[in-house]
Design a protein around this ligand. Structure first.
Ligand code: NAD
Length: 659
């Protein structure tokens, strides 16, 4: 059967042969056993409703076994025979360019080169699902191959509710993931309702078909490192950045340090993780002995080298021995997985990786104590360094939270705040999001690397043009992104689809998109899909991350993210999505995103101008109302550029009035 035939077929009426479990690929861990006997029956009935009754007797024991073995029903038998990867848009069957682009983006999220657990339909983050099961994949691809530009596909957490009549300016697809009645949003609720097959965790760009591999995280980390050095008025050249983790996201740190031009030391306890990143060329050197590390770091710093060094061992040893050796650390952070401290996210100092894993399994209480002791030691050593001038920031991994829970000396004098800021509070928020700069991205739907090269050149010349007249407040942002886009080809960042990311504000996004649309119309490049990470100016309400630099109390509301997705959908997005959970956990964040297909038409031009303007300025307006001065500046500029924009501005109150 050809690729097209298999797509058009959807769920086959003849059962495909059962698949053997492929032990060579990375699989999702067995999920927690959470359903009662009756609930298991419900989960099975829910799964079987995708299939004709004649198959139920065969499928029931098979799905029951999957539920018992893996804690979920993935319907492995229905994995397609075709290879899943982002093909050129022309290879997808269909009547709608946007629908074909969505197929391309879905396939990219499930590509074995890209996805973390491809057979469980998980793109990243351990639980970031595109679909819950393979029946949903098949149905969705079939619907997309049939639909016209007068229909909209409605997605409930991976389940295609169906195609509904709409109109050509409406989104072709509307996605919700994990939207719960608020009282049912605890972590165990996800376990239960996901096992029942009625909801899923979409993370950010997994369930919204907008993941572009590790490039996004490399760029975000580069921006953070560069701005971290600026925060302390120091050039990265000859500067030292110390951190930990060479895992999924954390593994981007040494590469980002290299792009920024500093000396990076990244400790990692798992030798396999170190090996992987070293092999990929994401970290330059590996050192396993602390004294050798000290010697090498002194040499690298004094020689102002651009180099990244992995320390095979515990990060606490690095902080402590660097303090003793009086090595000055300019920038410090931590990216162990402290959002998951008791099950392998953080390894305590003073024991081998293997011994820690054994203790974790055999004596969880003792393991917890060891983790907390280690966090107290780590904090103590960090405090020594910061007293000598190190700038330390939390990297959204709950380091400050868990250190405080462990009783470490991490609280500020007021006893309420932490001693150190998070990367959004100090860096991303005021330097980027409040000015409207965020992770804009695009994918060349032709699949051609030449198209990506041409779009890089177009984006670069647009940014250079804007920079000429940009106010001084955003000159640095413009310069960073020009430097990034200039080095993008050389840094070989593409994994999967032909994608690119850069930080741009609404002016930059609109002008770049317009230039792409023109190049498509002129036949210079094929269609382009625009999008962004949900971790952006307006896309995400998350009080301890994206909106942690909102201080008027509204950081615990989610109006911005909800308005964003509604506004995007009637201003011309090709698809929109809104999710509960992503990055920081189920119930902790509401985030949304969009995809927009440019085909060179005047309709596409009208849509991009309207939607991108809203998509950025919604968040700036909210940040401005929260009295963030950078955002007040940015929204006033936006109002000056568009007379139809009238935003309610805050009045600042003299604090002395309260004395
Ligand atoms: N990079 C970002 O922009 C970003 C943004 C927000 C949040 N985060 C957070 O950063 C954390 C890391 O994410 P990830 O995807 O890399 O997770 P990961 O689990 O893949 O990697 C973390 C690594 O830390 C190592 N580690 C644990 N304890 C250690 C110790 N004491 N010393 C040295 N190494 C140790 C682990 O072996 C693991 O390889 C997560 O909590 C994530 O939510 C990252």
């Amino acid at each position: 059967m050809t690729f097209t035939e298999e797509i058009i077929q959807g769920i086959p009426s003849q059962l495909p042969n059962p698949k053997t479990y492929d032990t060579k690929i990375n699989h999702a861990p067995k999920r927690k056993e959470i359903l009662s006997v009756e609930e298991k029956k419900l989960a099975l009935q829910n799964a079987l409703r995708y299939f004709e009754p004649k198959h139920h007797a065969t499928l029931l024991p098979e799905f029951k076994k999957e539920l018992e073995t893996y804690g979920r029903i993935y319907m492995y038998r229905f994995m397609p025979d075709h290879k899943i990867f982002a093909r050129s848009i022309d290879e997808y069957p269909g009547k709608s360019t946007a629908a074909k682009a969505i197929m391309l983006m879905i396939q990219n999220n499930l590509d074995h080169e890209v996805a973390q657990h491809p057979h469980e339909l998980i793109t990243y983050g351990g639980n970031g699902a595109v679909f819950q099961n393979w029946a949903q994949y098949r149905l969705v691809m079939k619907y997309l191959s049939e639909m016209t530009d007068e229909q909209t596909l409605v997605m409930y957490s991976g389940h295609p509710l169906g195609l509904f009549p709409s109109h050509k300016d409406a989104p072709r697809c509307v996605v919700t993931n994990g939207m719960m009645i608020p009282n049912y949003s605890q972590p165990d609720d996800w376990e239960k309702f996901n096992a029942l097959g009625v909801t899923q965790y979409g993370q950010m760009t997994a369930g919204s078909y907008m993941y572009i591999g590790p490039q996004g995280i490399v760029h975000g980390t580069t921006i953070t490192v560069l701005n971290g050095f600026r925060k302390i008025n120091r050039s990265p050249r000859g500067g030292l950045f110390v951190t930990s983790g060479l895992g999924g996201m954390s593994g981007a740190q040494p590469k980002a340090g290299n792009i920024a031009g500093c000396v990076t030391v990244c400790a990692e306890v798992n030798p396999k993780a170190t090996h992987t990143r070293h092999n990929q060329g994401w970290v330059d050197e590996v050192i396993s002995n602390i004294d050798s590390l000290i010697t090498r770091v002194k040499q690298a710093v004094s020689g102002k080298e651009t180099v990244s060094i992995a320390y095979n061992g515990n990060v606490v040893d690095v902080w402590e021995s660097f303090a003793e050796a009086e090595i000055h650390i300019d920038l410090g952070s931590d990216q162990t997985s402290l959002h998951n401290p008791w099950a392998g996210g953080y390894y305590p100092v003073g024991m081998t990786y293997e011994a820690a894993n054994e203790l974790m399994a055999n004596d969880p209480e003792a393991f917890k104590k060891a983790v907390q002791e280690s966090l107290r030691r780590q904090t103590e050593a960090i405090n020594l360094h910061t007293a000598r001038g190190t700038y330390f920031f939390d990297y959204g991994n709950a380091f400050l939270l868990e250190a405080s829970r462990a009783g470490a000396d991490i609280m500020a004098d007021n006893g309420i705040d932490f001693r150190y800021p998070s990367y959004v509070q100090d860096i991303m928020g005021p330097m980027c999001f409040d000015y409207g700069f965020g992770p804009f991205r695009w994918v060349c739907a032709s699949g051609k690397s030449e198209d990506l090269k041409k779009t890089d050149a177009i984006a670069c010349s647009v940014l250079e043009e804007i920079k000429k007249n940009a106010p001084k407040e955003i000159q640095q942002q413009m310069a960073d992104n020009i430097q990034w886009i200039n080095g993008a080809q050389e840094n070989k960042l593409v994994v999967g689809s032909q994608a690119r990311i850069l930080y741009a504000d609404s002016e930059g996004r609109i002008k770049i998109a317009s230039a792409f649309n023109k190049a498509i119309a002129n036949g210079e490049i094929g269609p382009v899909v625009l999008g962004r990470d949900h971790h952006d100016v307006s896309g995400t309400d998350s009080p301890y991350r994206e909106t942690s630099n909102i201080y008027d109390g509204s950081q615990f509301t989610a109006d911005m993210a909800i308005h964003n997705v509604i506004g995007d959908s009637f201003r011309g997005a090709s698809w929109v999505s809104i999710h509960n959970g992503g990055g920081v956990g189920w119930g902790e964040v509401i985030n949304g995103g969009f995809g927009m297909v440019l085909d060179g038409s005047t309709d596409a031009q009208r849509r991009l101008e309207s939607m991108l303007f809203w998509d950025v300025n919604n968040g700036i307006a909210r940040r401005s109302w929260a009295r963030n001065e950078e955002a007040v500046f940015a929204i006033k500029r936006a109002m000056a550029s568009n007379p139809n924009l009238k935003v309610t501005l805050p009045n600042f109150v003299d604090k002395n009035l309260f004395n």
